[in-house]
Design a protein around this ligand. Structure first.
Ligand SMILES: *Cc1c(COP(=O)(O)O)cnc(C)c1O
Length: 343
């Protein structure tokens, strides 16, 4: 079975060997305060800086999920309230989680702007130009306003201008090509200063407590050591983000051209009509409920797993992950299948 599911998604095949190494070499049994384990954490952090071109002064910590990051932003980095201009199911969920911790107040009192860079539910993305505009608009009025970005389904797939936001996070079961259960939380010196001003220390995952631990390459609780080790190994293997970015964008352009040029007689069309808003990493395809059901079933029989629709688009779309672990051969197989599909 080949999978185009946008999370959990295809893992790099090498992960199987890395997992064997982790068990055989006793890495999964290491005490998380031991020097051996701390070296793995340190290497993984350093490799993230190198391979993803993350600025040296931005801090990196590991937590369990992107959902946890939503809560960390609300509890540790939001003074009054956060602002959530969203256009899809994940942005909406983030707002709901945040408002349970910090109920919404007047818009002009918001001190954190929360953006989903790549909305996995409907295949839209916020370009770096748009993010720069948010940065100008939001920092202009509120000198100390932070921007937090959910980049779960794009980090490690495309490059970012990291300086345009103060917090970036992603869980690893999407573009990193790894099993779920680990998330990367990246925060700027300004975000750390904000956390210190707020001084929130009530939780096991309060950012100040996490930061204090990670300064020593430790974690507040027993971490997902296997996940961190696998992340380190995968980062050793992947090319620098500029190269990955070029491949991802070339493949995305090819996918969009495929639907606009070769699939015109099919019952399917691209969900996102404005090319400027189309995601590079998740392609959403729309059709009638019956056709969507039929194509997913036929694909399954052909050994191909398409991504289900999500949220409002659950039954009227399917999604195609354009993640780095997927090969050109697999993409070719899916395109041949789609060309031969008859509703
Ligand atoms: C998958 C996803 C999440 C949720 O990630 P978890 O690891 O399940 O918490 C959040 N935001 C976006 C945009 C996603 O695609």
């Amino acid at each position: 079975m080949i999978t185009f599911y946008p999370g959990p998604s295809k893992v790099y095949p090498q992960v199987a060997d890395y997992a064997v190494d982790a068990v055989r070499e006793g890495i999964v049994s290491l005490n998380h305060r031991s020097p051996g384990f701390m070296t793995i954490v340190q290497d993984a952090v350093q490799l993230l800086h190198e391979k993803l071109a993350i600025p040296a002064d931005y801090h990196i910590a590991f937590v369990s999920s992107a959902t946890e990051c939503w809560e960390i932003v609300a509890q540790s980095l939001t003074e009054q309230a956060s602002l959530h201009p969203y256009g899809g199911a994940f942005g909406k969920k983030w707002a709901e989680y945040a408002y349970r911790i910090k109920p919404p107040v007047a818009l002009n009192q918001a001190d954190v702007l929360c953006l989903v860079q790549n909305e996995t539910s409907n295949g839209t993305q916020i370009s770096m130009e748009t993010l720069a505009q948010f940065r100008r608009d939001f920092s202009g009025t509120e000198g100390s306003a932070l921007i937090a970005v959910d980049a779960v389904s794009s980090m490690a797939g495309i490059s970012f201008d990291w300086t345009l936001a103060d917090v970036w996070f992603a869980s690893v079961q999407k573009c990193f090509g790894l099993p779920a259960g680990l998330a990367v939380l990246i925060y700027s010196p300004a975000a750390l200063r904000r956390a210190q001003e707020i001084g929130e220390n009530d939780h096991y995952n309060s950012l100040l407590f996490i930061h204090e631990n990670f300064s020593k390459f430790q974690t507040p609780y027993t971490p997902n050591g296997l996940g961190i080790y696998l992340l380190m190994r995968v980062l050793q293997q992947v090319p620098p983000i500029a190269q990955v970015d070029a491949i991802t964008k070339k493949r995305a352009a090819a996918w969009y051209a495929f639907f606009e040029q070769e699939m015109t007689a099919s019952p399917f069309r691209l969900l996102v009509t404005n090319p400027a808003e189309r995601s590079d990493t998740v392609i959403a395809v729309e059709g009638s409920e019956a056709d969507i059901k039929a194509v997913k079933q036929a694909a399954q029989q052909a050994g191909i797993m398409l991504g289900n629709g999500y949220g409002d688009w659950k039954t009227t779309t399917f999604r195609i992950a354009n993640f780095p672990a997927i090969t050109d051969g697999e993409i070719e197989t899916l395109q041949q299948f789609l060309l031969s599909f008859r509703a």
